[in-house]
Write a protein that binds this ligand. Structure first.
Ligand SMILES: [Fe+2]
Length: 145
């Protein structure tokens, strides 16, 4: 398998797990900041859902089939789920910030790799996703300052 397909598969898995975690925290967040956090996490999970769709479609554009099972996403992702655990709102945000940082680092490596391969449209694609994660990370970080 071409290395750029491997990289796109990896990004798909990481972001799918982060999407699921964001959805769970959107549902289960509690406390005085419920309203704005519920709304922010709603916007984030919709953005992440759009990203995984675009990444999977990009894998198809490169001529490969996209993985589409939770089993494969969990096996590939370095981001970890915590079944049965429902942290406080602050701990949720810390966990999501760490996970977005994982994705940001993976995206920066992907951009470097695509640059070396002179795959300009993949560079632009990954850079666009990277910018969305940087913005989401800022929104989350601003709650923790
Ligand atoms: Fe909802």
């Amino acid at each position: 398998m071409h290395t750029s397909i491997h990289t796109l598969n990896q990004l798909l898995s990481e972001i799918f797990i982060l999407y699921t975690k964001t959805l769970k925290f959107h549902w289960n967040v509690r406390g005085q900041n419920f309203g704005p956090l519920h709304a922010m996490l709603n916007a984030n999970y919709l953005a992440l859902q759009n990203q995984v769709d675009l990444i999977a479609e990009r894998i198809r554009m490169h001529g490969e089939l996209a993985p589409g099972t939770c089993k494969e996403f969990l096996a590939n992702a370095t981001i970890k789920e915590n079944p049965g655990v429902n942290p406080s709102d602050k701990e949720m945000l810390k966990e999501l910030l760490a996970d977005h940082t994982t994705v940001i680092n993976a995206l920066k490596k992907a951009v470097d790799q695509f640059n070396k391969e002179n795959a300009q449209s993949d560079v632009d694609f990954a850079t666009g996703i990277l910018q969305e994660h940087e913005k989401m990370a800022w929104f989350i970080r601003a709650h923790l300052e």
